[in-house]
Design a binder for this molecule. Structure first.
Ligand code: RIB
Length: 290
């Protein structure tokens, strides 16, 4: 089976700072590094490193050839990434000494994906394949509907959170990923608990407290603890978790095993500064001693 990812591709400019800047403050960074990033690219790399065949659907500008090359080096199928006249998306990421971050996003080419491009990609998907979307590209609702019509398992990571964006894909979803704050915001917007959303599986990540799975079919709620590590950078940890859960499901692992593996991957990820380039592979995740 395969994972199809309609996902963002960004150049991540990561600035190390003594603290996150306050409004009006000018602050000198102590370090600057560039990584491959974007929630989409991070999830594609995580799922590929976890052992899945991942086809990325996305767009970059002429300045983003390096990003596509890097995705390919990391084992992602890049045949459905278009080149647009709009420049590649980028993110300005501030990381402080407590591993907290603040992100400014320039969407760029990520919002220039065409209907034709999406259709050409998804018609090659097979029933039972996974489709994952996040809120950093255009075409989310179109892809979700197309995915449902084609018999794909449609998954959505509701980040960056926008209540209207989630609600436009909700009727087509099989699996929804939210963090704790996003889950509260969605409940406020819909008046529904995770169990009442009409989505078969809902996963809420709880940061250092772990993650919670809501199974609508059985009504069961299961908690998965996080591993205790010293975090240096939490950027991309949620994307790593999502990519590993999807890969586990793609490789027919039951949800508890997929989530336990993803918790290990995310724990390892927060000990590393950076995004897609430093996502751990399956061997590292399995061998990590927590
Ligand atoms: O989730 C982390 C990601 O958010 C970064 O890689 C950045 O590009 C933004 O999309």
């Amino acid at each position: 089976m395969a994972i199809w990812n309609l996902g963002s591709i960004n150049a991540d400019m990561v600035y190390a700072l003594p603290h996150l800047p306050a409004p009006g403050e000018t602050l000198a960074a102590t370090d600057l590094q560039q990584f491959l990033g974007g929630k989409g690219a991070n999830m594609s790399v995580a799922a590929a490193r976890a052992g899945s065949h991942v086809c990325h659907i996305g767009a970059v500008g002429a300045d983003g050839v390096w990003a596509v090359d890097r995705l390919m080096e990391y084992g992602v199928d890049t045949r459905h990434i278009a080149e647009t006249v709009t420049p590649t998306g980028h993110a300005i990421i501030a990381v402080d000494r407590q591993a907290e971050n603040q992100i400014i996003l320039f969407p760029g080419a990520n919002r220039e994906i065409s209907t034709d491009q999406l259709g050409q990609a998804l018609t090659q998907a097979e029933s039972g394949d996974i489709l994952i979307l996040q809120n950093e590209t255009n075409m989310q609702a179109e892809a979700a509907k197309m995915g449902r019509d084609l018999g794909l398992r449609v998954c959505y990571a509701a980040a960056p959170f926008d209540a209207t964006a989630v609600q436009s894909v909700l009727p087509f979803l099989d699996l929804l990923f939210l963090n704790e704050v996003e889950a509260q915001q969605l409940q406020q917007a819909t008046g529904k608990t995770p169990m009442e959303l009409g989505v078969a599986d809902v996963i809420i990540t709880l940061g250092a407290k772990g993650a919670r799975h809501f199974c609508a079919e059985t009504g069961e709620i299961q908690d998965f603890p996080a591993h205790t590590v010293t975090a240096v950078d939490t950027t991309g940890a949620g994307d790593t978790f999502t990519g590993y859960v999807l890969s586990g499901l793609d490789r027919s692992l039951p949800m508890p095993q997929a989530m336990a593996l993803a918790a290990r991957a995310a724990a390892l990820m927060v000990t590393r500064p950076g995004t897609a380039d430093v996502i751990p592979d399956l061997k590292e995740v399995q061998e990590a001693s927590f």
